[in-house]
Write a protein that binds this ligand. Structure first.
Ligand code: AMP
Ligand code: TRP
Length: 348
């Protein structure tokens, strides 16, 4: 059966939105609007899988939810044409996650590397929610039967799990699915969209570490709220090596910092890395960084300014989320009806 093409993705409201979030995810969300119906979600229920006081508590969570919403709109997502909302306002996400909890296998979740990283050494003390995080993520996607999910490289394994859950649900309930007229499969096997030169943006201080919201050093990342001066300072201080830039991509293989900066430039400019090296191969980092500052400021400073402006209008942001939640809920409710029928639950 052919599924209606639909894009879904989510960003956690855990503060410090950065260039990795922008190039790995949000910039792609913006581009995909031209081709697909899109649903973009602030995944607040995922944010509370880590102890919320670690990153500020309930007041900060509310601010962060609004900040991600403002970033979506400032970057160019149109909440009228597409759907922008926060996860917790549509209870079907949590409801479908429970049904998927009964489909997913313990062995599958035990393989999730992000859980191992986030739980660290004190695994006994991690929340059940952190362990179950990928199942909720599958529910986010499949409650809209989304066919495409743009994400950064770090989410690849979670997208594979989403396909495994869809496949097992389709198999386990195959006869019920067919009897109810849904054909061979009720859930699509969702495709990740992980492409281009910046699917994994690295720290500006260490080219072997991922750029992350939780890095204690603010110089490790460019925040989406940084102004032109901050962007310039961080790029100038970014770690490099003593060699000039290579002319071929192969020359970046053992130079993580150079590779990262070239990837960032390429993604911001919408050009392949090879083309960027064609222009800057042989140049010193000082020259390349000057060009990178100009490019980054011209692309990011307007987003920061617009985020600030939109961020002041809390009532507007909350109305976008409320309206988006209504529209999302209408789609999700249809899925939940079918799922309940497929599974054999009695509903009103
Ligand atoms: P999160 O902040 O964890 O909710 O991530 C939101 C989106 O940004 C996800 O699609 C991530 O895969 C993506 N992302 C996060 N960090 C990076 C990074 N350093 N490079 C590329 N994409 C990233
Ligand atoms: N786990 C994703 C991240 O950390 C966020 C997320 C939650 C998500 N639900 C999703 C991304 C559904 C894509 C689709 O980045």
């Amino acid at each position: 059966m052919a599924f209606k093409e639909r894009v879904f993705s989510g960003v956690q409201p855990t503060g410090n939105l950065h260039l990795g979030n922008y190039l790995g995810a949000i910039k792609k969300f913006v581009a995909l609007q031209a081709q697909y119906d899109c649903i973009y979600c602030v995944v607040d229920l995922h944010a509370i899988t880590v102890p919320i006081n670690v990153w500020g508590g309930p007041k900060t969570l509310r601010e962060n939810i609004r900040e991600v919403t403002a970033a979506f709109i400032a970057a160019g997502i149109d909440p009228k044409k597409h759907i922008v909302f926060n996860q917790s306002q549509v209870s079907a996400h949590a409801e479908l996650a429970w049904i998927f909890n009964c489909v997913a296998r313990l062995g599958w979740l035990n393989r999730m590397t992000q859980f191992k990283e986030k739980a660290g050494k004190d695994r006994e003390n991690a929340s059940i929610g952190l362990y179950d995080y990928p199942v909720l993520m599958a529910a986010d996607i499949l409650v809209y039967r989304a066919t495409h999910v743009p994400v950064g490289d770090d989410q690849k394994q979670h997208l594979e799990l989403c396909r495994d859950i869809a496949q097992k649900f389709n198999n386990d309930f195959a006869s019920s699915i067919a009897e109810l007229g849904h054909g061979q499969a009720y859930f699509p096997l969702t495709e990740p969209i992980i492409q281009g030169p910046a699917t994994r943006v690295m720290s500006l201080r260490d080219g072997t570490k991922k750029m992350s919201k939780s890095d204690p050093s603010d110089y490790s990342r460019i925040n989406l709220t940084d102004d032109a001066d901050a962007i310039a300072q961080k790029v100038r201080k970014a770690k490099t090596d003593p060699e000039p830039l290579p002319s071929e991509e192969a020359g970046l293989a053992v130079r993580p910092e150079a590779d990262n900066l070239v990837g960032i430039y390429a993604a911001l400019a919408d050009r392949p890395k090879a083309e960027v090296l064609g222009e800057f191969g042989g140049a010193q980092f000082s020259t390349f960084k000057t060009a990178l500052v100009d490019l980054a400021v011209s692309q990011l400073a307007p987003i920061a300014a617009e985020m600030k402006r939109i961020g002041q209008d809390t009532a507007y942001i909350d109305s976008v989320l409320a309206e988006g939640s209504d529209r999302a809920e209408a789609v999700a409710a249809e899925t939940m009806k079918s799922v309940k029928d497929i599974v054999g639950l009695i509903r009103r």
